[in-house]
Design a binder for this molecule. Structure first.
Ligand code: SF4
Length: 226
């Protein structure tokens, strides 16, 4: 019996995911956290900052502010100093302390379990909300009709190089990917692309000669301009 042929882009996506899973069987979030609130803080801090630096800062921060109430009561000037090495520390402080207050007052001290509610937190846009939901509440993420794919700079770059999207803005990349990637792969795709973006398909010098996606990548040998 012959089945319906896959749309070429779907077949390509499935093959990309299969190959990346073989290469990065342990792909997953690199941020360290012990609960959904700490994850939210770490993801907000990770904007324009490496995961390594965030982990260094949060190692001290999470000991100094062990409870959500500690963030809600924190002195902003002192908190700015605590997170300064992550960059954009004034805005990040504003967002984290306001988010702590909102979680306490509006959500009874528990980081919300839906995309819609997560997006009401200051400093939380779709990328952060997808990361928090997918990592802290996997069942809720799988069932949430508003959930999507976390798109950071690596995911945006690779989606375009691999021909899965043709977009300038990361927010549009998320929609493009959601249209071609099977729903059950949305969560892991982010981490597979991040690993591949760090290891091989780097922004400035993609190593197409050593890439296990080269024969199925439309940018092989010509990438480096995105
Ligand atoms: S072939 Fe080159 S452009 Fe394509 S994914 Fe691999 S490293 Fe990136």
């Amino acid at each position: 019996m012959t089945g319906t042929p896959l749309h070429p882009i779907s077949a390509q996506v499935i093959e990309i995911i299969r190959r990346l899973r073989l290469e990065f069987p342990k792909a997953g979030i690199a941020l360290e956290f012990a609960n959904p609130w700490e994850l939210t803080v770490a993801v907000i801090l990770s904007a324009q900052c490496t995961d390594k630096m965030v982990n260094r800062v949060t190692a001290t921060l999470f000991s100094k502010y062990p409870a959500l109430t500690d963030y809600a009561a924190a002195d902003p000037a002192e908190f700015e100093k605590d997170i300064r090495p992550t960059g954009f520390f004034r805005n990040k402080t504003k967002h984290i302390l306001a988010a702590a207050h909102k979680v306490l007052v509006d959500y009874n001290g528990e980081v919300p379990h839906t995309m819609h509610e997560l997006l009401t937190l200051p400093g939380v846009a779709r990328k952060t909300a997808n990361v928090v939901l997918g990592n802290a509440y996997p069942s809720a993420y799988a069932a949430d009709p508003d959930a999507g794919i976390a798109v950071d700079t690596h995911v945006h770059r690779l989606a375009n190089r691999l021909g899965l999207a043709s977009t300038k803005a990361p927010i549009k990349t998320e929609t493009a990917l959601m249209a071609v990637v099977p729903r059950e792969d949305w969560f892991q795709l982010t981490y597979l692309l991040i690993e591949h973006g760090r290891a091989t398909c780097t922004a400035k010098k993609p190593r197409c000669g050593q890439c296990n996606l080269a024969e199925i990548c439309p940018s092989a040998g010509v990438a480096g301009r995105l």
